[in-house]
Design a protein around this ligand. Structure first.
Ligand code: MN
Length: 263
């Protein structure tokens, strides 16, 4: 390595450290032509491990609890699962025990919480059978599918994409990842969200219309899933608005709590 390229590597590494991005490989150290500026990888801590989980894609399932499907105006019995994506760099990772400052986003006047179980994949494929799907799950985390509801509804009313309501900076709040080898797979268990100490969402994973295994099977009919993909598995009923100053506390039976403050 020349003196110049070593200095570039160190500069990139320092910038990544300053940005709070851990364990990222400096772009200049990769093979091939050197990028003109660094774009950090998105990595999430794994509880009990020194290595981190690198996120490839974020998939989300819509209306996966019957009572939430009804409150969003659809029939929970007839509709097949549907999916959308958020950009990977929309992730806001929240450490265990932290109350992370979460910026109220641009444009919206009706910003909603959606607490969800998140499955993190270690492998993938296409047309994965449901009875083999959990073999691809590395672990689980708590997540918040934050939503600019007014923008989502406005676009839906015009039969336009939801993108602006779901895919924006910090829209994918995510706790640390817990290996399934230690927690087991999540098929039931209480999931809840409180705002300023008042419980708003309160349900059980067993009420999901499509299980995590079924979500993986369905998703893999449409996309080739790969290691690093994560899946937000849908939210229970009683989604609702938050404002600046609100403190959100998310709970999932078997995992540590996750908390953010809207700022
Ligand atoms: Mn959701």
């Amino acid at each position: 390595m020349t003196r110049t390229s070593r200095r570039s590597v160190l500069t990139v590494a320092a910038a990544m450290t300053a940005a709070g991005i851990a364990e990222a490989t400096p772009a200049a150290a990769q093979a091939g032509p050197k990028p003109i500026f660094p774009v950090p990888m998105v990595t999430i801590p794994i509880v009990g491990e020194s290595q981190v989980f690198q996120v490839r894609r974020i998939y989300c399932i819509g209306r996966n609890y019957a009572a939430h499907a009804i409150e969003r105006g659809s029939d929970p019995n007839r509709e097949p699962p549907f999916f959308f994506q958020k950009p990977t760099d929309a992730i806001q990772n929240v450490a265990i025990g932290e109350v992370a400052d979460h910026p109220y986003p641009l444009l919206t006047k009706n910003y909603h919480h959606e607490v969800e179980l998140v499955a993190a994949l270690k492998s993938g494929g296409t047309n994965i059978p449901a009875d083999k799907a959990l073999d691809h799950v590395y672990g689980y985390a708590l997540g918040l599918d934050m939503t600019r509801r007014d923008l989502q509804n406005g676009m839906a009313a015009e039969k336009k994409p939801w993108e602006i309501g779901k895919s924006f900076d910090h829209a994918a709040v995510l706790g640390s990842i817990h290996p399934a080898s230690k927690t087991g797979h999540f098929e039931k268990g209480a999931i809840s969200l409180a705002v300023n100490g008042t419980v708003r969402q309160n349900s059980d994973l067993s009420k999901m219309i499509w299980s995590v295994a079924e979500q993986i099977a369905k998703l893999s009919e449409a996309f080739e899933l790969k290691a690093g993909d994560i899946i937000y598995s849908g939210t229970p009923e009683n989604v609702g608005p938050v404002v600046k100053g609100d403190v959100l506390l998310c709970k999932l039976e078997g995992l540590p709590d996750m908390s953010i403050r809207i700022v």
